[in-house]
Design a binder for this molecule. Structure first.
Ligand code: MN
Length: 493
């Protein structure tokens, strides 16, 4: 079903107080006109894709500029619209967002696929985005593209699905957007592992059916116990995501035995505040005993690296089944489902002068130093609560000291900002540095002192004979590796 402008407008107004509907309509008309006559592989008019992306962005609580940029995000690529035209018509901020979204859109999965490579690719993505809103526009775009894979060529289907699973879903996770991560994975899964997908669906079917009946009973009992103790909380059931179930089935201790999986259906208890979480845990354990050894995890006291907070307990229910119960506060729930996007909602609400209780209840994050960029993605709320709101806050600078470039094979290398082809050559391999003749960046020969940028493809043209590095290179190299190699050889003479 295609989306109309009115759908977008009502979501935008519902989630955000400061929307200028008339201006938004102007942007919509401009985008519609530019995409006129273009259709998606599904047969829908192209603008329905732009509307979907914009509606998702609005639904995540982002504001006017982000929604406008989402409407316009494909006009440069698909309709030849110049960034300067967007700037003239709709201003600098929207133009910058569209430009960055287009740049980041060019990052593609290629080359080797080990964990280091993938993590560098994700960092490259974030470094090129420079602004968290750009990352979110790209994620919303990917969500729509991966939900409409049916009509496109098989090879492209697979590439998009794989990229979604390996780059986009982990980014959503690092942003703390658990719901989006699950959706992206489940949408990609059948295209990447069609047979395994069939198998999971078949093997899980009867278990899901039983779980569903059983869980209704469990939810009922928890509600009774909470009412007896005068505790207010929402109790709901949620089926386990298919891809996450598949990954669990592959664990050695499970060895594809679905009867060993206890969270096919989990129960969630959502409370108004943190203290009630522990009270509820006590009430549940009085009624049902925790399962030995696999018992309780307290992610409230010790949040996961992406900021996720919740108490998980596995108990024996009245029928002797093991059931997982997750207990968390409303603020933690919102954080787990929407992550960084939820922070925007808070920021916007605060800007609009809305008194939001949740704003005051800060959520603590514990991340390792190595994950400082993840910290910046996940720790959004902290920043919003600490400082005055401005566009600056959307800027991602945890990675500003680094650039990420491709080798011709498609490997991604992490270099200090300002690095040159000489740094690149010595980073790839010292022998490449000593045979360095000329360098091409994005297919063009450049001076060896040219600073590289994230996303550049760097190719080193080797000389036949080993060459002595020039001492003048010391004036521009940024890496220790290149510096000491140049020194070592040129000092000998
Ligand atoms: Mn798009």
């Amino acid at each position: 079903m295609s989306i109309h402008f009115d759908d977008l407008l009502s979501v935008a107004h519902e989630k955000n107080q400061g929307i200028d509907g008339k201006r938004l309509h102007g942007v919509f008309e401009f985008a519609s006109e530019k995409h006129l006559g273009q259709v998606r592989q599904t047969g829908e008019p192209y603008i329905s894709h732009s509307l979907f992306v914009a509606k998702t962005i609005a639904d995540w609580g982002l504001g006017q500029s982000s929604i406008e940029a989402a409407l316009l995000h494909d006009t440069p690529d698909m309709a030849g619209v110049l960034i300067t035209e967007i700037q003239d018509k709709f201003g600098q901020e929207v133009a910058d967002l569209v430009e960055a979204a287009n740049k980041v859109g060019q990052v593609k999965l290629r080359g080797s696929r080990n964990e280091d490579f993938l993590e560098n690719l994700r960092k490259m993505f974030v470094a090129m985005a420079k602004d968290i809103r750009v990352v979110l526009i790209r994620l919303a775009d990917r969500l729509h593209n991966v939900s409409t894979l049916e009509g496109i060529a098989l090879s492209k289907q697979k590439r998009i699905a794989l990229e979604t699973l390996e780059v986009y879903a982990p980014l959503a996770e690092r942003l703390g957007m658990g719901k989006l991560k699950g959706e992206l994975e489940d949408l990609s899964f059948p295209f990447i592992y069609p047979e395994e997908y069939q198998w999971v669906m078949e093997v899980a079917k009867p278990h899901f059916k039983y779980s569903e009946e059983n869980i209704g009973d469990v939810i009922q009992k928890i509600r009774q116990q909470l009412a007896k103790n005068n505790i207010k909380a929402r109790v709901e059931g949620r089926p386990k995501r298919k891809y996450s179930l598949y990954k669990k089935l592959l664990r050695p201790e499970i060895d594809r035995d679905i009867s060993l999986i206890h969270d096919l259906m989990a129960v969630r208890v959502i409370t108004p505040d943190t203290n009630s979480c522990y009270t509820i845990l006590g009430i549940i354990h009085q009624y049902w005993k925790p399962a030995p050894n696999i018992g309780i995890s307290d992610f409230i006291a010790q949040p996961k690296p992406n900021g996720y907070q919740s108490i998980h307990t596995k108990v024996f229910d009245n029928r002797g089944n093991i059931v997982e119960i997750q207990i968390r506060s409303e603020a933690m729930h919102e954080q787990a489902e929407y992550g960084a996007a939820a922070h925007f909602a808070y920021a916007q609400a605060k800007m609009a002068g809305v008194e939001d209780e949740k704003l005051e209840k800060g959520i603590g994050f514990k991340v390792t130093e190595k994950m400082s960029w993840v910290n910046q993605l996940a720790g959004w709320k902290q920043q919003v609560a600490d400082t005055a709101e401005s566009v600056k806050q959307y800027k991602l600078d945890a990675l500003s000291e680094h650039i990420y470039v491709f080798s011709p094979k498609g490997d991604v290398f992490d270099l200090p900002a300002g690095s040159t082809p000489v740094d690149f050559a010595f980073t790839v391999h010292s022998s490449l540095g000593y045979f360095l003749n000329t360098a091409k960046v994005n297919g063009r020969v450049v001076p060896l002192s040219t600073p590289l940028h994230s996303g550049d493809l760097v190719e080193i043209i080797k000389s036949k004979q080993k060459r002595k590095p020039s001492r003048s290179w010391l004036q521009f190299v940024k890496t220790t590796k290149a510096r000491s190699a140049v020194r070592k050889v040129s000092d000998k003479n």
